[in-house]
Design a protein around this ligand. Structure first.
Ligand SMILES: *Cc1c(COP(=O)(O)O)cnc(C)c1O
Length: 355
């Protein structure tokens, strides 16, 4: 494969580019999008690049009613005349894992990668170059067969849209407050917590709202069975620094396997940190915060890269983490990791693709 030529339908006029530093995350989209449709007769049709536009779907589209809908998220970074992508192959691989779990047809990873490179080349002027800024890339697939019945749909749409985004914290790290959720659960083993499907987010919104009303920005989820073991933050994985070692919950089938998580583990080990993947009891974490052995907590994900936690509410008690300051480990990993992403530092791992 790899030699598919992609059709490009030119836009009649181009949009004015915004001042990205004032743009709210995920609200502005570029001039073009990737599009491919699936039918059982032809599989995924030849992909095309089209002017960004509304989709046409039936009100009976299966994906709306029964939730066959999955997505990915990655970013493109500007480095001089080049645009850099970070491990894009991992995202398409994970998209296929998600598709498989929801009994949806798999996409061709190589065709997708090449189509993405073409799309990014066409839209290179949309990749912002301010500190912490990037072009957020959102591939997604959903069922669009007009049929109200519960079975795998026959037809699907696959699109990729692009959105210029400012750094979560304007390129600066800023500690957040996290609420440990004791009532609701996000996922259970054997369910779909380990894939990026739309329904996981729908299930998390009420808890997120409750936390926000109490003054917390994010929810930390515990396991869905015993509600004792730390899982993740819903759009981020989580790391702890305890006695100078980095600890993160071991993947167990209900935690999403973050590409940032995996890459941070590799980078940290490369830099000489000891990293442990463990099952972490929430009471153990609470004790570690009380006795001072847990010195830092941070989330990891594509959107924010690293998000330090300054305050955490566990079983109704508030704990301040590292004086509500950005800790040295978070700072060190953030600087090195984003340095690789923007092409300012060496990439000994081969993570970067230059477009
Ligand atoms: C996307 C996502 C993450 C982070 O994954 P990255 O690949 O690092 O962006 C973590 N948790 C959930 C539930 C997610 O959907």
């Amino acid at each position: 494969m790899g030699q598919t030529t992609i059709q490009i339908e030119k836009a009649i006029s181009l949009k004015e580019k915004p001042d990205v530093s004032t743009v709210k995350f995920g609200t502005v989209f570029t001039d073009y999008m990737f599009s491919s449709n699936y039918t059982p007769e032809h599989g995924w049709e030849e992909p095309a690049i089209l002017p960004y536009q509304n989709l046409e779907i039936s009100p009976a589209a299966n994906g709306i009613h029964y939730g066959q809908s999955v997505f990915e998220g990655l970013k493109a970074y500007k480095n001089g005349d080049d645009v850099l992508l970070f491990r894009p192959d991992e995202n398409f691989k994970r998209l296929n894992t998600s598709l498989e779990r929801l009994a949806m047809p798999k996409i061709n990873e190589e065709v997708s990668l090449n189509a993405l490179y073409e799309l990014i080349k066409l839209e290179r002027d949309w990749v912002p170059e301010g500190p912490g800024q990037s072009l957020y890339i959102r591939p997604f697939v959903f069922a669009d067969e007009a049929f109200l019945g519960v079975r795998s749909a026959r037809t699907y749409q696959y699109n990729i849209i692009l959105s210029p985004v400012a750094g979560y914290y304007g390129g600066q790290l800023d500690p957040t407050a996290i609420y440990v959720e004791d009532d609701f659960v996000r996922a259970v083993r054997g369910g779909v917590g380990d894939i990026k499907c739309a329904g996981n987010y729908a299930a998390s919104i009420l808890a997120q709202q409750k936390a926000a009303e109490m003054g917390y920005e994010q929810v930390l989820w515990l396991d869905g069975v015993e509600q004792k073991y730390v899982e993740e933050v819903g759009s981020m994985n989580i790391f702890f620094v305890r006695d100078n070692e980095l600890i993160t919950p071991k993947l167990n089938g209900s935690i999403l396997s973050g590409i940032t998580r995996k890459s941070l583990i590799e980078l940290a080990e490369y830099k000489g940190y000891t990293v442990k993947e463990e099952r972490i009891h929430i009471d153990e974490l609470q004790a570690g915060l009380k006795d001072g052995s847990v010195t830092e907590i941070f989330g990891s994900g594509t959107a924010a890269v690293i998000s330090p936690v300054g305050r955490m509410r566990i079983h109704g008690e508030d704990y301040v983490v590292n004086d509500n300051q950005v800790g040295p480990v978070a700072e060190d990993l953030y600087t090195h990791y984003t340095g690789i992403q923007y092409g300012h530092l060496d990439d000994p791992f081969g993570w970067i693709v230059r477009v």
